[in-house]
Design a protein around this ligand. Structure first.
Ligand code: G6P
Ligand code: MN
Length: 445
């Protein structure tokens, strides 16, 4: 079986390859094709993978190329994990928004819109090529903003594109653990959009254990989201939000602390990754050791920098990276081997979440087998959550429309309608600011 990874020179690729190395079952991936637009990054990652594979019998063969069509032709699975504009682009996304006094974040608010506007045209081009060159392939999209980008690709690939994120899985696992339940046995009732969802129930042996958690301040204080949102607020909500909801519920604090920070997350990573890729050029050094050190440093500071609230950045070892590579592998296995499983994924709604139309990509538990990922119908969200989900989906639709038409006025609408952008004039300056720094937005006229 052949897996193509787009963004194959990316820093998280060794996580995926590490998961593949551990898979000994029949029908596993035997060939990995890495594609990247940057040859230097590809070479660095190929070195890391070679060290990972050393001594592993039948390690999947690794091929790398900068030719996209060559990479896609004949693929069974395509992982899309690209970052259009690189980390430099991410740093711009954050900085331009913060300069206007609104949230500057990778995927949420103005930053996420700017990122979406330059990523959607590239993702659509990939989807079209997959239709032509690998029509039977399944596409697993990691590329952020993942819900929006998956929806853009689904307009060409239908339900053969499935979006994934590690955050709902990580949240479900942390909650199950504090409740003393086996995360594999608990049914996590999680619903929303990517980076905008809520856990409304944790069913263990037919019983909802969430009320027990919400009633216990000590339990709530014992995990990351419990501390992040605070026991009182969680009790008022009657649900546990995804950590990204912190940017909505505590927006003012998040903006203030990011503006005070010496540098943004993107700027930190830009610098850190530059050191990593440069370091791998030393033939005497172990690329894998350097990767391990860099990864530990990255994870230790995960999301901690932009938060005043205590609690982030102290995850347990098996929570590092939330295990996104595990979600990807579980999904691929279920589809390739018809091993029925349940995963929280980004798929077209098809009626699962009633206020949204059938084409809207949502993040919900899905039954997965060889026929794909089928969303499980979710009970209605409370009014405030429905409002937020609908408002953000409306913004995503403006981003998709702007990417399709190239209309700057439509892009402005996307910024102006976002709940975290508080004035149309701010939105105007955001469009000006972003188009000035991002070559990938030159198509907006
Ligand atoms: C989580 C999210 C991803 C996001 C990442 C940012 O894993 O699910 O969507 O890209 O965090 O982490 P970073 O280390 O890049 O700040
Ligand atoms: Mn994510």
């Amino acid at each position: 079986m052949r897996l193509t990874i787009l963004g194959g020179g990316g820093f998280r690729v060794p996580l995926v390859y590490g998961a593949l190395l551990g898979d000994r079952a029949e029908g596993r991936v035997t060939r990995v094709v890495l594609h990247d637009t940057d040859d230097g990054r590809l070479r660095a990652i190929v070195r890391v993978l070679a060290e990972q594979a050393a001594g592993v019998p039948d390690a999947p063969e690794v091929i790398s190329t900068t030719d996209l069509d060559e990479a896609l032709r004949g693929a069974d699975f395509v992982f899309s994990a690209i970052r259009v504009g690189g980390l430099e682009g991410r740093a711009h996304d954050e900085r331009v928004a913060l300069a206007e006094g609104v949230l500057g974040q990778e995927t949420v608010g103005a930053g996420g819109i700017a990122y979406g506007l330059r990523t959607v045209p590239v993702a659509v081009d990939i989807a079209r090529r997959v239709v032509r060159l690998a029509p039977d392939a399944w596409v697993i999209n990691f590329t952020n903003p993942a819900g929006l980008v998956t929806e853009a690709m689904s307009r060409h690939l239908g339900d053969r594109v499935i979006g994934i994120c590690d955050s709902p899985v990580g949240l479900g696992r942390r909650i199950a653990r504090v409740l003393g339940a086996d995360p594999g046995e608990a049914w996590i009732d999680y619903v929303g959009l990517n980076h905008l969802g809520w856990v409304r129930g944790v069913h263990v042996a037919g019983r909802d254990e969430l009320p027990r958690l919400l009633a216990d301040p000590a339990l709530l204080g014992s995990f990351e989201e419990g501390r992040l949102f605070g026991a009182d607020w969680l009790r008022s909500l009657g649900a546990i939000p995804n950590e990204y909801l912190h940017y909505y519920y505590f927006n003012r604090e998040a903006v203030r602390s990011s503006r005070r920070a010496e540098r943004t997350r993107g700027a930190f990573l830009l610098d850190q990754q530059a050191r990593f890729y440069a370091g791998t050029r030393d033939p005497g050094a172990s690329a894998l050791e350097l990767w391990n050190r860099t990864r530990a440093e990255r994870e230790a500071t995960y999301m901690a920098e932009n938060r005043e609230t205590a609690g982030a950045g102290d995850r347990e070892e098996d929570d590092l990276s939330g295990g996104y590579e595990k979600v990807a592998l579980a999904l691929m296995r279920a589809v390739a081997r018809d091993e029925r499983t349940t995963l929280i994924l980004n798929v077209r709604n098809r009626g699962a979440l009633s206020p949204l139309d059938a084409e809207a990509v949502v993040e919900v538990p899905c039954l997965v087998d060889a026929s794909g990922a089928h969303p499980v119908s979710a009970g209605p969200l409370p009014g405030h959550a429905t409002g937020l989900v609908c408002a953000v989906k409306a913004v995503e639709r403006e981003v998709l429309a702007a990417a399709e038409s190239g209309s700057r006025a439509t892009a402005l609408k996307a910024f102006a309608l976002h709940p975290l952008v508080d004035s149309v004039n701010v939105a105007r300056r955001l469009v000006d600011g972003y188009t000035a720094v991002h070559p990938g937005l030159a198509y907006l006229v």
